[in-house]
Design a protein around this ligand. Structure first.
Ligand code: HEM
Length: 436
C-alpha cells in the first residue's frame, strides 16, 4: 500500500514476509544522515545506534553486541532483575493486596523497566519503583527522558514539516521544553560517563563501564549509545507485559498452565531462592510461548520504518524509489491468515510448541524484534526480564483487571503499543502460594 506526501508517493506500507525479508536484509537503511527522520531525532538520540548508519552504526553495533552478549553482562542483568522483583515489585503487590488497593500495572511495569535498564546500562538506580518514590537528580532524569521522547515523537505529526523547526529557532513552546529536557538527559549521562571512566576494573559490570574502558570512544559517542539503550528498554518490555497480563486475565486456562509449569520447576529445585535463575527461566517453555504469542497479537513496536537507498522493486513487484520510506507492520503481520493459519485471531501459546519445547518462528514472518543485521540487541535481556516478572508474580498473586469489559483495551498513539488508561488490577493471593 502506498502513501502520499504533498501529492507524491513517498512510501509504502507492507505486511508481506518476502518484502520484509528483502527490506531488512538489503538496500534499506534506518535513517541516513541528512534525511528528515534523522534530523527529527538528532538532538535527542545524537548519532546513537537507532539514529545512525553506515560505518558509524557498524562500529557502535559491533561494540554493543560484543559487550552486551557476554556472560558477565547476562549475570548482571539477571541479578538486577532479581533485585527489582524481590525488593520492589513483590513488596508493592503485597501491600496492594493487604490494603485492597488497585494497582495501575502499566505504570508499575514502566517504572520497573526504567530502573532495570538504567542499572544495566550504567549501574545507576533511579529507584522509580521504591515505596517512598524517588528523589533528586534521578527523578529529574526519568521525567526529562520521558518528556523528551514524547515531544520528539510529536515532531513526526507535524503536518507542515517545518513548524517544529520555526519553534526551535525561536526557542518557544514544545521545542523549548524539548531543549530543556534534552539538556537534563545529556548532563546526567555525561556526569555518569565521566565517573564510570574512573572506576576500577573489577567493578565494570554495567554496559557503560565496559564501553568506557576502551579509551578511544568520545564522551558523545558513549552518551549516544547509552541513550539508545535507555530508549530501547524503557517502554518495550512494559508494553509487552501489559498486554500479556491483560490477555491472560481473559484466559484462565492459559494462566493455569503457566502456574503449573512454574510449580513443577519449583518442585524440582525446592531450595532455590524467591526468584528464578537463568537456567530455571530457560526451562519455562510454555511461558516463553505464552509471551511470544501475546507479542504476536500486540507487538510492542507495531510499525517500523526504513528508507530505501536506491530505486528498487520489492519481491511482490511494488516499485520503491530512492529515499522513499518503507514501513512494515508487525501488528498486521501477526494477524494474517496466510502466515498463522485460520486461527490467527486466537491467542494460542500451543502454536509455538513442539513436544512441549519452544520452536521459534522466522523473524521475517514474526518481526517483533526486527530481523536481519539490525535485529534487536536486547531480545535475551527482554525475555529474562519478562519471564522473571511473570513467574514471580503468578507464583504468589492473581491479577484481576478491574475494567469489566469484554472488548480489547484501546491503544495510545505512540512509537510503542501502550494501553490507553493503563491496566488497573486488583491483586489477590494465589492459593497454595509460597511464603512471600
Ligand atoms: C519486548 C521487548 C523488546 C522489543 C519488542 C524490541 C524490539 C526492537 C525492534 C523492533 C527494534 C528495531 C528498531 C528499529 O531499528 O527501528 C529493536 C532494536 C534494538 N533494540 Fe530492542 N526490543 C525490546 C527490548 C529491548 C531491550 C530490553 C534492549 C536493551 C536494553 C533493546 C535494545 C535494542 C537495540 C540496541 C536496538 C538497535 C539495534 C540496531 O539498530 O542495530 N531492546 N528492538
Amino acid at each position: 500500500m502506498g502513501f502520499r506526501s504533498l501529492g507524491q508517493v513517498s512510501g509504502i506500507i507492507t505486511a508481506d514476509p518476502a518484502n520484509v525479508e528483502h527490506m531488512l536484509k538489503i538496500n534499506f537503511r534506518n535513517y541516513p544522515k541528512g534525511q528528515r527522520t534523522c534530523a527529527l531525532l538528532e538532538d535527542f538520540l545524537g548519532r546513537g545506534i537507532f539514529n545512525s548508519d553506515g560505518e558509524h552504526w557498524k562500529r557502535q553495533r559491533k561494540l554493543a553486541s560484543h559487550e552486551f552478549n557476554t556472560k558477565t553482562l547476562r549475570n548482571f542483568v539477571v541479578d538486577a532483575v532479581q533485585f527489582e522483583i524481590q525488593y520492589r515489585l513483590l513488596p508493592l503487590l503485597k501491600r496492594a493486596e493487604e490494603r485492597d488497593e488497585v494497582v495501575e500495572l502499566q505504570d508499575v511495569l514502566e517504572r520497573f523497566a526504567f530502573d532495570n535498564v538504567c542499572k544495566v546500562a550504567f549501574d545507576a538506580d533511579p529507584a522509580c519503583l521504591r515505596e517512598d518514590g524517588f528523589a533528586g537528580a534521578n527523578s529529574d532524569f526519568m521525567r526529562a527522558f520521558g518528556e523528551a521522547q514524547f515531544l520528539v515523537g510529536w515532531r513526526f505529526m507535524d503536518a507542515l514539516k517545518v513548524t517544529w523547526r520555526i519553534k526551535k529557532l525561536l526557542n518557544v513552546g514544545s521545542e523549548r521544553r524539548i531543549k530543556e529536557a534534552i539538556s537534563i538527559v545529556h548532563n546526567y549521562a555525561s556526569d555518569i560517563i565521566r565517573s564510570r571512566r574512573e572506576r576500577p576494573l573489577d567493578q565494570k559490570s554495567d554496559l557503560l563501564s565496559r564501553f568506557a574502558s576502551c579509551d578511544d570512544h568520545s564522551e558523545e559517542f558513549l552518551r549516544d549509545i547509552v541513550i539508545s539503550f535507555l530508549l530501547a528498554g524503557r517502554e518495550t518490555t512494559s508494553s509487552a507485559l501489559t498486554w500479556f497480563f491483560w490477555i491472560v486475565s481473559t484466559r484462565p486456562d492459559v494462566e493455569m498452565k503457566i502456574v503449573e509449569e512454574i510449580k513443577s520447576i519449583r518442585t524440582r529445585n525446592p531450595n532455590s531462592s524467591k526468584t528464578f535463575s537463568f537456567d530455571e527461566l530457560r526451562e519455562m517453555h510454555y511461558l516463553h510461548a505464552a509471551i511470544s504469542e501475546s507479542m504476536r497479537l500486540y507487538p510492542p513496536v507495531p510499525m517500523d520504518t526504513q528508507s530505501c537507498e536506491e530505486d528498487d522493486t520489492m519481491p511482490d513487484g511494488t516499485f520503491v524509489g530512492k529515499g522513499w520510506f518503507v514501513t512494515y507492520s508487525a501488528y498486521a503481520m501477526g494477524r494474517l491468515e496466510n502466515i498463522w493459519g485460520k486461527d490467527c485471531e486466537e491467542y494460542k501459546p500451543e502454536r509455538w510448541l513442539e513436544n512441549g519445547v519452544f520452536r521459534p518462528e522466522s523473524p521475517f514472518r514474526y518481526p517483533v524484534f526486527h530481523a536481519g543485521p539490525r535485529m534487536c540487541l536486547g531480545k535475551e535481556m527482554a525475555y529474562i526480564q519478562m519471564k522473571s516478572i511473570v513467574a514471580c508474580v503468578f507464583e504468589r498473586f492473581q491479577l484481576v483487571s478491574v475494567v469489566k469489559t469484554k472488548s480489547t483495551p484501546e491503544h495510545v498513539l505512540s512509537l510503542t503499543l501502550r494501553m490507553k488508561g493503563g491496566l488497573p488490577v486488583q491483586v489477590t493471593k494465589r492459593e497454595e502460594q509460597r511464603v512471600c
